[in-house]
Design a protein. Structure first.
Length: 115
């Protein structure tokens, strides 16, 4: 089982990006899915999570700007990022809690926000 993240890139401050992360392989069921990020020289931090039932949780720094969603039929989680700020620059990692396999991580996708 693996997670493949995509959608990162370079964007100007105030712009938007949408990240996607698709799970593949021998998937039986997925519990929570989420996104974390790691900026240069900083620890990895929570961005947002979503349960299998759609309950969401956000870091205070992204509330009102980012929206996490998921498509259970496609085993995919999304992160819509609006009103991006230079401090959002980081490598974004998706993760999923698989019932059969535990927590797995995607490879990371770089988001760069220029001022």
């Amino acid at each position: 089982v693996q997670l493949q993240a995509s959608g990162g890139g370079l964007v100007q401050a105030g712009g938007s990006l949408r990240l996607s992360c698709a799970a593949s392989g021998s998937i039986f069921s997925i519990n929570a899915m989420g996104w974390r990020r790691q900026a240069p020289g900083k620890q990895r931090e929570l961005v947002a999570t979503i349960t299998s039932g759609g309950r969401t949780n956000y870091a205070d720094s992204v509330k009102g700007r980012f929206t996490i969603s998921r498509d259970n039929a496609k085993n995919t989680v999304y992160l819509q990022m609006n009103s991006l700020k230079p401090e959002d620059t980081a490598v974004y990692y998706c993760n999923a809690d698989f019932t059969a396999w535990g927590t797995k991580w995607g490879q990371g996708t770089l988001v760069t926000v220029s001022s």
